[in-house]
Design a protein around this ligand. Structure first.
Ligand code: AMP
Length: 473
């Protein structure tokens, strides 16, 4: 199959050729003719499959006729993160280099003024994150009634990030007759419901299942004690890495990203960082320095790094084991791209055994240990602070409390701070302990942790000022 056989125009074919692509990927071969015929597409594909071109190329074809009007974009692409939106903008610049198109990017963290000016000029393509788009629309600065094609990309990630109500609102603001191209790596129930509500008789196209890890990636686990030892383990692994060019390092928490980033810099590594609390300019600059080689390490959160297309990443390090096994697959998929080999090394502590078991189940095979040291060989942890019983952690040292280790992993709800006092003076902790008791009785299970005997002072909200600089070695 060639791109020419897909029915694309000469201008588009030239741009594709200039990109160095000789053959369409499976999602492109299946989706492009369907999209060119004007049908809705339900694409089940993850990043790395070439799905961006699968929707960009047929959009360019449609945009060859007609013109955009002020405030009324002709096509709209919704992306869950700013980085993905910026990446799609780059694709339009590449594939649309023979077209005179106005492409506008509406993402948070960038001034309204510049974005408004672009929309006023008339955008052929509007690429947006849902929040900023609704902001513009509600201020009357944008009309979505001229949208001919709507693309919803990474829908399952939108779901994870709580954007589905926004997506539903946006779908109601665009004309009923538009064409919709919808992409998701997985199809949980909420996404199925969304497609049933907003797609018209779509052609379903599914490529490579999401839950398998690419064969080109060498995966390994390395055992470590928690705390500062983990940073030492990471440094050792980076120094010892074979065929090292650069690496993405994943942490589970933003605070740990800052600590690790500083620590790596102190130890002489050229490292950057990327997470959702950084302002947009800094995020873009950080990513750019990694892409152009000014730094060879970038410490990231899942949200910031999801779907990023950085070709030629030699290593991925999981400084923390991801608590959701799908995130493991997404993380390691940042390396081993475009047929190049990659290595993914995960640092594992005693706290991570359950998550590793889940990950191995998902990838369908055990992952080998480096240097023969399994977590069982390390003995008990030395870092007491990691094992102090914490109200929010939902985990306790098994030997002290005799509780089974296989407790439910912490979820977002368990992470919440205790409620502050109610305005009527009623102490929130009374309600918390009542609830706790009621749940224990209802479940007929032993009371968890301190149960209703939790001292009041432990339930009071506290303000933490992380002294990041001091904590980093
Ligand atoms: P995506 O899944 O859209 O993020 O694309 C993943 C990577 O594949 C990007 O680096 C694209 O430039 C690249 N790519 C897309 N289509 C093709 C193709 N037909 N042949 C080779 N590489 C491609």
């Amino acid at each position: 199959m060639t791109f020419r056989e897909l029915g694309l125009s000469e201008k588009i074919l030239q741009a594709v050729e200039a990109s160095g692509y000789t053959e369409p990927t499976p999602i492109q071969a299946k989706a492009i003719p369907v999209a060119l015929a004007g049908r809705d597409v339900l694409g089940i594909a993850q990043t790395g499959t070439g799905k961006t071109a699968a929707f960009t190329l047929p959009m360019l074809s449609r945009l060859e006729q007609g013109r955009a009007r002020a405030r009324m974009p002709r096509t709209l692409i919704l992306e869950p993160t700013r980085e993905l939106a910026a990446q799609v903008e780059e694709s339009f610049a590449r594939y649309g280099k023979n077209h005179k198109l106005n492409v506008a990017l509406l993402i948070g963290g960038i001034s309204f003024g510049d974005q408004e000016a672009k929309i006023m000029r008339g955008a052929d393509v509007l690429i947006a994150t849902p929040g900023r788009l609704l902001d513009f629309s509600e201020r009357g600065k944008l009309l979505l009634t001229g949208i001919e094609i709507l693309v919803i990309d990474e829908a399952d990630r939108m779901l994870d990030m709580g954007f589905i109500p926004d997506i539903e609102r946006i779908c109601k603001l665009v004309p009923f007759t538009r064409q919709t191209l919808f992409f998701s790596a997985t199809m949980p129930q909420e996404i199925v419901r969304l497609t049933e509500a907003f797609l018209h008789n779509p052609v379903r196209i599914e490529v490579a299942p999401a839950a398998s890890s690419p064969a080109e990636i060498t995966q390994a686990l390395v055992a470590s004690q928690p705390g500062a030892d983990k940073r030492e383990t990471l440094r050792k692994q980076i120094r010892a890495a074979a065929n090292f060019k650069n690496a993405i390092i994943f942490c589970n928490r933003k605070r740990d990203i800052a600590i690790l980033h500083k620590s790596l810099q102190r130890h002489g590594f050229r490292a950057g960082a990327l997470h959702g609390d950084m302002d947009q300019r800094t995020r873009m600059a950080s990513l750019e320095s990694f892409k152009n080689g000014d730094v060879d390490l970038i410490v990231c959160s899942d949200v910031a790094a999801r779907g990023l297309d950085i070709p030629d990443v030699s290593h991925v390090f999981n400084f923390d084991v991801p608590t959701h096994s799908e995130d493991y697959v997404h993380r390691i998929g940042r390396t081993g791209r475009a047929g190049k080999p990659g290595t993914a090394i995960t640092i594992v502590t005693h706290l991570d055994r359950k998550h590793i078991a889940d990950i191995e189940k998902m990838v369908g095979h055990p992952i080998g240990w480096l240097e023969g040291a399994r977590i069982e060989d390390l003995g008990m942890p030395e870092h007491k602070e990691e094992f102090r019983p914490r109200m929010s952690a939902g985990r306790r040292p098994p030997e002290r409390h005799g509780r089974p280790e296989s407790r439910k992993p912490r979820d977002a709800g368990e992470n919440r701070r205790p409620e502050p006092r109610k305005p009527n003076g009623e102490k929130a902790e009374h309600r918390a302990s009542d609830l706790h008791r009621a749940q224990s009785v209802a479940n007929d299970r032993p009371v968890v942790g301190m149960g209703e005997h939790t001292p009041g002072f432990m339930l009071r909200p506290v303000k933490l000022k992380p002294k990041i600089a001091e904590e980093a070695e």
